[in-house]
Design a protein around this ligand. Structure first.
Ligand code: PLP
Length: 477
């Protein structure tokens, strides 16, 4: 998306598309929103979509399709084996990523399932810039674990470093030079880095990690689920690459990796996932697992129609106007929130605008579910569904998440600037009444990891009081 300059001064992110298919949304009354939260156990994942006004839970499988993608849907060859749709997608992977072998699976975590089963054994350690919950789970299920090498700059929510997803390459080098080397089957890179606010990793850093891993004889595994945003940030923040096309940046990044995987619910604007590589022996190893757990390898876990949509989505991704749509709206939100003093992760990252719940709800304790409470409060005062990223969604109950965030995801081409302005307005009201946000607690104590869908209960009646205060504003009369 281009940012246009306004006659009156300043810039505006402008939609580089027009809309031809629409889906109605509705805002249910505030009392009903409290009741819906009750039914959902105060967990935004459990809300019914029809009760959500603006859905900023995730972009996963929720980005709008282009007209070319909608058309591609009908090209599907549903043959069980050897489908033309598969070969067209495999050709696209070869063209854009330079990888000869492609395996479709049903979503990103299925890639991780296959890869962990193929490469991770008991006691193994996988270096990564930062963990993602699904990859961590799959690694642990095989008896391995992750070791994080994120630079310190990535663990602060403020600041203006353009590449907070960068690896500490010196620490990685020291680790791989130690006896731990024997336990490392893969070095993983996540581009961009989901759980630290969708922050990108630089291409120089990716190349340095790749060189280090290869010098130690270790395969590089690249998670490209969030690569669209990362490409945009390399293009706009890395002076060395400013003159390169999106395609050239994508290829340089892909060349650094031996195995690439992605959630096709994000990259490719479809509903699926894929694993790509050049090594034939590795391919055969993973293909056997895909056959066993996902489906015949030429469709894996996907419908052929979605394979066609994904193929077209790869082409669409090479267009700067397409990949900038999310980040430009997110930057707009971040800048507007900054002006209003609302604490957000800076600089603007990909995927969504990330509110810093630790600062937003500083009056709550670190074990009082600041993020979950904030996500519930946002829903009450706006009907907007965000996603808690912290204690309740990704860690053991006995550990503290590095930070508590609420992600307001910006699915591509789904919402307009008026939706975004509405969200900014209501979150600002909430920030000015933040002392009214109370604590949460688990509804029941559960052994081990909590899941996204576990129920929380408010401590006291703060939600009802907040709803009453909001109603007094008359904003919904
Ligand atoms: C970086 C990253 N890797 C993997 C996944 C898992 O993908 P999926 O949700 O399709 O299973 C996600 C999903 O959000 C992701 O952001």
């Amino acid at each position: 998306m281009s940012k246009i300059k306004l006659y009156g001064g300043g810039t505006l992110p402008i939609e580089m598309h027009r809309v031809s298919t629409v889906h109605p949304i509705r805002l249910i009354p505030v009392e009903e929103r409290v009741a819906a939260l009750d039914e959902a156990g105060n967990c935004s994942y459990n809300l019914k979509s029809e009760d959500v006004f603006i859905d900023m839970l995730t972009d996963s499988g929720f980005n709008a399709m282009s007209d070319a993608q909608a058309g591609a849907f009908h090209l599907a060859d549903f043959a069980y084996a050897g489908s033309e749709s598969y070969y067209r997608m495999a050709d696209k992977v070869r063209e854009i990523l330079g990888k000869d072998y492609f395996l479709p699976v049903h979503q990103g975590r299925a890639c991780e399932h296959m890869l962990a089963k193929a490469f991770v054994k008991q006691g193994d350690l996988i270096p990564t810039n930062f963990h993602f919950c699904t990859f961590q789970t799959q690694t642990r299920l095989q008896g391995g674990d992750l070791v994080e090498f994120l630079q310190d700059k990535g663990l602060v929510t403020g600041g203006d470093d353009g590449f907070k997803g960068d690896y500490d390459v010196e620490k990685l080098e020291a680790f791989l030079s130690s006896t731990a080397r024997e336990r490392v089957p893969l070095v993983r890179i996540e581009a961009g880095t989901n759980l630290i606010g969708g922050q990108p990793i630089s291409l120089d850093n990716i190349n340095a990690v790749s060189e280090t891993a290869h010098r130690h004889g270790i395969r590089v595994l690249l998670d490209m689920s969030l690569v669209m945003d990362n490409l945009h940030f390399i293009k706009t923040r890395d002076k060395k690459r400013a003159g390169l096309s999106v395609r050239a940046i994508m290829r340089e990044m892909a060349d650094a990796a031996d195995i690439i995987y992605f959630s096709g619910r994000k990259l490719g604007f479809a509903r699926g996932g894929g694993i790509c590589m050049n090594d034939e022996a590795d391919f055969k190893r993973v293909r056997a697992l895909v056959s066993c757990y996902e489906g015949f390898p030429t469709f894996g876990g996907m419908s052929s129609a979605e394979l066609e949509v994904m193929r077209q989505g790869f082409d669409d991704t090479m267009d700067e106007n397409v990949i900038s749509q999310g980040p430009d709206f997110i930057e707009y939100m971040v800048e507007e929130f900054k002006k209003r003093g609302v604490p957000v992760v800076t600089p603007a990252g990909g995927l969504g605008c990330h509110l810093d719940a630790d600062r937003f709800c500083a009056h709550l304790g670190r074990r009082e579910f600041r993020g979950a409470a904030l996500a519930a409060a946002i829903y009450i005062v706006s009907g907007v569904r965000g996603m808690e990223r912290g204690l309740s969604s990704e860690k053991h109950e006995d550990s503290i998440a590095p930070f508590e965030l609420v992600r307001l995801a910006v699915p591509r081409r789904v919402y307009t600037l008026s939706h975004i302005k509405y969200v900014i307005d209501r979150v600002t009201w909430l920030y000015e009444h933040r002392e009214m946000i109370g604590a949460m607690r688990w509804e029941e104590e559960i052994e081990g990891d909590h899941l996204f869908t576990d129920f929380l209960r408010p401590v006291g009646d703060w939600r009802e009081k907040l709803a009453a205060e909001y109603k007094k504003t008359g904003l919904e009369d």
